[in-house]
Design a protein around this ligand. Structure first.
Ligand code: GDP
Ligand code: ZN
Length: 268
C-alpha cells in the first residue's frame, strides 16, 4: 500500500511492475499471532503503508475511554518511522470534566499538537482538513473511536460504514486486516485501516526505545551508563527527571510498559 512502482503498459491496457521505488518511509507492525503457524515468539513484520506524510492517530475521550499508553505506543511507532504525527482525541462532546484539555496540555509540553475534536458537533474538523489537504495521511485508531465517522465528515463522498457502539468491546473477534487508499483529489490521499486494532511497533530494540520518546531526548546522554535502560540503573537522568516532574509520570509508565513487552518477547 502506497509504494511507488514503475510499470510497463501492455497494449491491452494491463501493466507489469518493473521496479518498486525506494520507500521514503513506511510504517509497519508486528503481524498478528496466527495459531500454529509460527514458533513461539516469532513475529513477522507487516508493512501497513509506505511513503506517507502524516499518521493521524484517532482516539476518543470516552466510549472507548482514552488510553494514553495506547497513544504512546502509536507515537513510538510513528517516531521510529519518521512520519509526521497528528494525534486526535475525538468525542469531546462527552468530555464533561475537560480531561482532554489535560492531555492536550501534557502532549503540547512534549511537542505534539494534539487535536481535540467532536465529529458529532463538528468541532475541530476544519483545522484537521487544512492540515491533511495535499498530503497522504494514514488514519489509525482502535475500533469505536469514530475513525469512519471522522473520515465521512471530512470527505462525505467516502460513505464509510459507521459501526455500532458495541463493536469496540468485541475484542476477541478476528477481523481481516486491509488498508484502503482513498484518492480525494490529485494530491490528497487518505488511507484507512478498518479492523486493524493493534499496532505493536516492529523491530524496536530495548536499548533504542527511549530514543522514540521525544521528551526523553535531552536527558538520555546524562545517564551514568550509556547502556542505561532507565529502569533501575543508578544515576539515571530519566528517573531523576521523572522525580523532578520534568518528564511526565504518565509517559514514563508508558515507557516501562513498552520496555517490559520488548523483554517478554525476547525471553520466549
Ligand atoms: P470506528 O470504529 O473508529 O470507525 O468508529 P465509528 O465511526 O464506526 O463510530 C463508532 C461510534 O461512535 C458510532 O456510534 C458513532 O456515531 C460514534 N461517534 C463518532 N464520533 C463521535 C463523536 O464525536 N461524539 C460522539 N458522542 N459519538 C461519536
Ligand atoms: Zn537512564
Amino acid at each position: 500500500m502506497g509504494d511507488i512502482v514503475n510499470y510497463l503498459l501492455n497494449q491491452d491496457g494491463s501493466g507489469v511492475i518493473e521496479s518498486v521505488d525506494k520507500r521514503k518511509n513506511y510504517i509497519s507492525r508486528k503481524a498478528p499471532k496466527i495459531k500454529g503457524s509460527l514458533q513461539r515468539g516469532e513475529r513477522l513484520e507487516q508493512i501497513v503503508a509506505a511513503n506517507i506524510d502524516n499518521l493521524v492517530i484517532v482516539t476518543s475521550i470516552r466510549q472507548p475511554e482514552f488510553n494514553n499508553k495506547m497513544l504512546d505506543r502509536l507515537l513510538v511507532a510513528a517516531e521510529s518511522s519518521h512520519i509526521n504525527i497528528i494525534p486526535i482525541i475525538n468525542k469531546i462532546d462527552l468530555d464533561e470534566n475537560d480531561e482532554s484539555v489535560f492531555w492536550q496540555d501534557l502532549y503540547k509540553n512534549i511537542g505534539y499538537d494534539l487535536y481535540r475534536i467532536s465529529v458529532k458537533e463538528g468541532k475541530g474538523i476544519d483545522k484537521l482538513l487544512k492540515t491533511i489537504s495535499g498530503k497522504k495521511s494514514l488514519f489509525w485508531g482502535p475500533s469505536g473511536v469514530g475513525k469512519s465517522s471522522l473520515l465521512n465528515k471530512l470527505f462525505p463522498h467516502l460513505e464509510l460504514k459507521v459501526g455500532e457502539i458495541s463493536d469496540w468491546s468485541n475484542k476477541g473477534k478476528h477481523t481481516t486486516v486491509t488498508s484502503v487508499m482513498n484518492r480525494i483529489d490529485e494530491s490528497t490521499f487518505v488511507i484507512d485501516t478498518p479492523g486493524m486494532r493493534e499496532l505493536e511497533p516492529y523491530g524496536i530494540r530495548k536499548e533504542d526505545l527511549s530514543h522514540y520518546f521525544i521528551d526523553f531526548q535531552s536527558y538520555i546522554n546524562h545517564c551514568k551508563f550509556n547502556t542505561c535502560t532507565h529502569h533501575h540503573e543508578p544515576n539515571c537522568a530519566i528517573i531523576s527527571a521523572v522525580e523532578n516532574e520534568e518528564i511526565s509520570e504518565f509517559r514514563y509508565e508508558s515507557y516501562l510498559n513498552m520496555l517490559n513487552n520488548i523483554e517478554d518477547d525476547m525471553n520466549f
